[in-house]
Design a protein around this ligand. Structure first.
Ligand code: ME8
Length: 521
């Protein structure tokens, strides 16, 4: 049976337009989803928008429109971003949809029926920006003496009737769960952080609010709306048809053997996903996800990104300037996934020129134009392979298992590193074999060398598809590879290029980036 794979992005608050952080998380999920599809999995990839809560309500008020009109407009910008970035999500969820309200209320009712929700009243600190409750001891003061959250967000005092989830009673169960699933949180440093947070003791969690109404009504007590995080986290199972537990829920979440739901999130929202969410699910007798992977944060030219500083990076502006695949490549290559990273214009240009143009671009352009000129524009015939030929080809085919292992751990930078190392090796092979010299001395050997190169490029292009789908697709078009022969099972000698296949005239796929000022000079 085909294996199933479910991957989700956080759902994004619609208080503001998408920025590089949003594009980055979804890109990582897109790469993983594409990789798994090419590797034969049945994939569901979900993204969407988080539309309830005080933060969005306030943003709508500031814009002078109703929350529904406001969320309709801003949610569309996130949907548009999926098109601009060539994301391959299978669904786009909005928490204001009826399917989600139904799922959230059903989850609440299950948790309540199991005795884990009780009515009380909350008196404490709340940060609207973080949509999070904080204890007095977690707070510090800013330069004006105002209390602030550990994230730097302002807090306000809240006193209101509230339902509580008995989180304090889940400490042991969570610790047992973490011990049984040491890969539940990746990277390991984050796993340890989550574990020690839970070990330090948990307090019951306020899960409803009464001082505003922009949320999912609590079933049976509609003065309350649910805490936005309980609402938001449920999206991951709403999209699988919950409260139905057959169908996609059984296929992607709990049922089909080997299915392993994966949530990718930024480090700031790990606690919600790795502590609250498994506790909510266990309280409803549902299975927790298989893994939560946390990535780091981007800075801009060394500076923390903030709206007040005015250095927010607009992913669409990056794509307009550098092109989509270069931006996708840069974001996945520049920063080891899990670490914080820095966006620098100079490093973007350097990656475009040295990795894409000079390495893979040059390899493919040199090889294909020689074939065009010297092999009658057809995949060349080849003679017996030398040990050098075999070393390159076998290395290319064998790389897949290494790439799989890195993808399993969300080590996307290592995947790219390995593919580009193969391309570097192929460039060295050209220089050593010097096919241009063989043209007169040994044309048959020249044909073999060009065959080996074209076949290596085919395999490189297959592997690059998850990262730079359009450019890798063009590389495969230039080798006349049919659409239905682009999955990873085709990365083997059994499916190697067929000599005599006509090839189109090659065109450069990876142009160098030249600054406007240099163009004039
Ligand atoms: O947190 N670099 O939504 P959100 C990298 N609605 N990532 C960044 C970043 C940066 N500079 N700034 C923000 C929410 N992010 C909730 C999620 S899920 C059930 C609900 C990332 O729109 C951040 O880490 O505030 C987070 O993963 C994501 O953007 C969404 O943030």
């Amino acid at each position: 049976m085909t294996k199933s794979f479910y991957i989700t992005t956080p759902i994004y608050y619609v208080n503001d337009s998408p920025h590089i952080g949003h594009a980055y998380t979804t890109l990582a999920c897109d790469v993983m989803a594409r990789f798994k599809r090419l590797d034969g999995y049945d994939v569901k990839f979900l993204t969407g928008t988080d539309e309830h809560g005080q933060k969005v309500d306030k943003a709508a008020q500031a814009a002078g429109v109703t929350p529904q009109a406001f969320t309709d407009k801003v949610s569309q910008r996130f949907r548009d971003l999926t098109g601009v970035m060539n994301f391959s999500n299978d669904d786009f969820i909005r928490t204001t949809e009826p399917r989600h309200i139904k799922a959230t209320q059903a989850l609440w009712e299950r948790i309540k029926a199991n005795g884990h929700i009780y009515l009380g009243s909350y008196a404490g600190w709340y940060s609207v920006r973080d949509e999070a409750f904080y204890t007095e001891t977690e707070l510090t003061k800013d330069s004006d003496g105002q209390r602030i959250a550990p994230t730097g967000a302002p807090v306000e005092w809240v006193e209101e009737p509230s339902y509580f989830f008995n989180l304090s009673e889940w400490q042991d169960k969570l610790l047992e769960f973490y011990d049984a699933h040491p890969d539940f949180v990746v990277p390991e440093s984050r796993y340890n952080e989550v574990r020690s947070f839970v070990k330090g003791g948990l307090k019951d969690l306020s899960v409803s609010r009464t001082s505003f109404s922009w949320g999912v009504p609590v079933p049976g007590d509609e003065k309350h709306v649910m805490y936005v995080w309980l609402d938001a986290l449920t999206n991951y199972i709403t999209a699988l048809g919950f409260p139905e537990t057959g169908g996609e829920y059984a296929q992607y979440w709990d049922g089909r053997e080997g299915c392993s739901p994966l949530h990718v999130v930024g480090k700031d929202i790990l606690r919600f996903h790795a502590v609250y969410w498994p506790a909510f699910l266990m309280a409803a007798n549902l299975k927790p996800p298989a893994r939560v992977t946390a990535h780091g944060w981007w800075t801009n030219e060394g500076q923390k990104i903030s709206k007040s500083v005015g250095n927010v990076i607009d992913p669409i502006a990056l794509v307009n300037e550098f092109g989509l695949d270069p931006v996708r490549y840069y974001m996945m290559r520049e920063v080891p996934f899990g670490n914080d990273g820095n966006y620098a214009r100079a490093s973007m240009i350097n990656r475009i020129n040295s990795d894409l143009a000079n390495n893979v671009g040059n390899l493919s352009q040199r090889t294909l134009s020689m074939i065009q000129k010297n092999c009658d524009a057809k995949v060349p015939e080849h003679g017996a392979f030398t040990p050098e030929d075999n070393a390159l080809l076998d290395g290319a085919y064998a790389l897949l298992s290494k790439l799989r292992a890195h993808v399993e751990k969300q080590e996307f930078h290592f995947v790219l590193d390995s593919i580009f190392a193969l391309s570097t090796q192929a460039n060295l092979y050209i220089d050593q074999q010097a096919p241009w010299g063989l043209k007169k001395t040994d044309p048959a050997r020249m044909h073999t060398v060009l065959y080996v190169l074209a076949e290596t490029i085919r395999v490189i292009a297959l592997y690059l598809q998850p990262f730079i789908p359009a450019s890798a697709g063009k590389m495969l078009d230039q080798l006349a590879i049919p659409e239905d022969q682009r999955r990873f099972t085709f990365a083997s000698a059994k499916h190697s290029l067929i000599p005599g296949t006509p090839l189109p005239v090659p065109e450069g796929i990876f142009p160098r980036f030249v600054e406007e000022a240099e163009k004039v000079a």
